[in-house]
Design a protein around this ligand. Structure first.
Ligand SMILES: Cc1cc2nc3c(=O)[nH]c(=O)nc-3n(C[C@H](O)[C@H](O)[C@H](O)COP(=O)(O)OP(=O)(O)OC[C@H]3O[C@@H](n4cnc5c(N)ncnc54)[C@H](O)[C@@H]3O)c2cc1C
Length: 497
């Protein structure tokens, strides 16, 4: 006799990036165990930004069997090897936070200790010389054939990506319902959500509800009042002007994050256009001033007028409350400097699939889900605060505020450890590896006062030779790679009918 449970009715509210990622992954992985309905409103639309990812997107796509070439062609995507931070610690500075993995690490000490020792002896180049992804990004090269393979992520057109996923999800049995949700019905006794009521009178019942309604958080907050922890005192940016432009020149395989007197500006190269935005804090600068700064800096012809996006940095106290799981912006948001929000959606749906509630009581899974989600988003928060706090800029109230503010103890400890002893670590289940912390702390001008003594045990010749071999191997490999643009053109250009 089969023990297969009756299908659970899953209702997804919202069809932005979060809604369609959730629908596709649940349908692909749980098959006939779920009956999925997704409700979205064309009239309300989506947030219209969110186009830069981190490498975990590749593993997620593999998990749900998404063909990379088809995805890239349909989403007009490009490859991303790094983020280029420009003018952050001081105007004129530039460093790449690449997705590379350091060479020459031992169980006692990571690469930075050996590199610092060699630097002190005058025998090492820049830290980026030892990361293939850094060098490929710097020289705007790319290939899928490198040995070892390059670690990369994507830039994608969010609207096209949602459409691409929608086709897959509908093909896998997801029902899409157009309409505006006007009411969320709860069970009088348990408080669980029982149905969504639409403006046209439709009523959609479910067992499990996924809130992907963006910052509206219609189910998780407006209905269930799960609570929000605000991080605006650490990350005061709360608005962005965004606008696509025509591309000028070849697509670079990195996101640009350029600091400005009152915030920062992104440039995200896609195959068919460039995504641009200016992030700022409304407590420190008028929206009009930020717009003037944005328009003054923009390169390429505008494809539409700049539009204003308001946002809020913080986390939902319970991302999973009763029979509702929030994903995407409804579950919390850390401003977009390290392009982590799509990753947080992917990890949330992956975890929901693992902990999917088939039994009557799922309170233990729910608590675990919430603990893990909190841990992840707090780690992202700390890493993003680091970039602001470690600035030497002081030309505006904005930069003086972030430089002088108190920061979370967890981050303070990391900065002190690196400054005192060059120590950096990847916490349990953290997405940022030692490589990320090292590249960003050095890029933000933290100078370690000491490093692990084991590096000094390596004779000068051996250390010098090891570093020279590592960097010359990288140079040789990168030189043979095609340009990123040429690779895109041959691999995933859209063929016009
Ligand atoms: C300025 C900025 C830049 C960003 N950049 C990045 C980035 O580079 N990388 C990254 O990973 N992330 C980025 N993000 C985050 C990213 O945009 C989001 O994580 C992602 O788009 C998911 O959004 P969402 O689906 O949760 O919400 P939305 O896109 O807002 O979608 C909400 C959905 O809910 C529907 N809806 C809402 N209310 C109702 C209703 N009453 N009835 C019916 N439907 C309803 C809407 O129609 C829509 O379909 C950025 C965010 C901001 C603010």
């Amino acid at each position: 006799m089969s023990n297969e449970p009756a299908p659970r009715r899953v209702v997804i509210a919202g069809g932005g990036t979060a809604g369609w990622i959730a629908a596709t992954a649940l349908a692909r992985q749980l098959g006939r165990l779920v009956e999925i309905t997704l409700v979205e409103s064309e009239e309300i639309g989506t947030i219209g930004v969110g186009e830069s990812t981190i490498p975990t997107a590749r593993a997620f796509h593999d998990l749900i069997r998404i063909d990379q070439q088809a995805f890239m062609r349909e989403s007009q995507a490009s490859f991303k090897l790094a983020i280029s931070f420009e003018d952050w610690a001081r105007p004129g500075d530039r460093y790449l936070h690449s997705f590379g993995t350091m060479p020459l690490r031992t169980w006692v000490a990571d690469f930075q200790h050996f590199w610092l020792e060699a630097r002190a002896r005058g025998e090492a180049g820049e830290i980026g010389d030892y990361y293939p992804e850094h060098e490929a990004a710097r020289l705007q090269r790319f290939t899928l054939d490198a040995q070892p393979p390059l670690n990369y992520a994507y830039h994608l057109d969010a609207g096209l990506y949602a459409r691409f996923l929608r086709r897959i999800a509908e093909n896998d049995g997801v029902t899409r319902r157009e309409g505006k949700i006007v009411k969320v019905e709860q069970d009088g006794e348990s408080g669980d959500i029982v149905a969504l009521v639409l403006e046209d009178g439709g009523r959609i019942e479910g067992d499990l509800f996924i809130d992907c309604t963006g910052f509206r958080a219609m189910l998780i907050e407006q209905t269930l009042e799960a609570g929000h922890e605000d991080w605006g005192h650490w990350l005061p940016t709360d608005a962005a002007w965004a606008a696509p432009t025509e591309s000028v020149g070849d697509a670079h395989p990195y996101t640009r994050a350029i600091a400005h007197p009152n915030g920062w500006r992104w440039r995200i190269p896609l195959q068919h256009r460039m995504g641009n935005g200016m992030v700022f804090s409304t407590s420190h600068v008028e929206a009009q001033t930020a717009l003037d700064e944005f328009q003054g800096a923009i390169e390429g012809k505008l494809l539409r007028d700049p539009f204003l996006v308001r946002f809020r940095t913080g986390r939902r106290r319970k991302a999973w409350s009763r029979n509702c799981v929030a994903m995407g912006l409804s579950s919390g948001f850390v401003e977009p400097l390290e392009s982590t929000a799509i990753h947080l959606i992917m990890i949330a749906v992956t975890r929901l699939i693992q902990l999917f509630p088939f039994g009557a009581d799922c309170s233990a899974e729910r608590d675990r889900f919430n603990r893990l989600a909190q841990n992840e988003i707090e780690q992202v928060r700390d890493f993003v605060i680091l970039h602001y706090h470690l600035t030497e800029r002081d030309e505006t109230d904005f930069w003086r505020y972030v430089r002088d503010m108190d920061i979370p103890d967890t981050l303070q400890e990391r900065i002190e450890s690196f400054r005192q002893s060059a120590q950096a670590w990847q916490a349990t289940a953290e997405i940022f590896r030692v490589d990320s912390w090292v590249q960003c702390m050095l890029g933000q001008r933290v100078k370690p006062q000491a490093w692990h003594g084991i590096a000094a045990l390596m004779g000068s010749d051996r250390l010098k030779q090891s570093l020279a071999e590592a960097s010359s191997g990288i140079t040789r490999s990168v030189e043979t790679m095609p340009s990123h643009q040429a690779f895109l053109d041959s691999y995933c250009a859209r063929v016009e009918a």
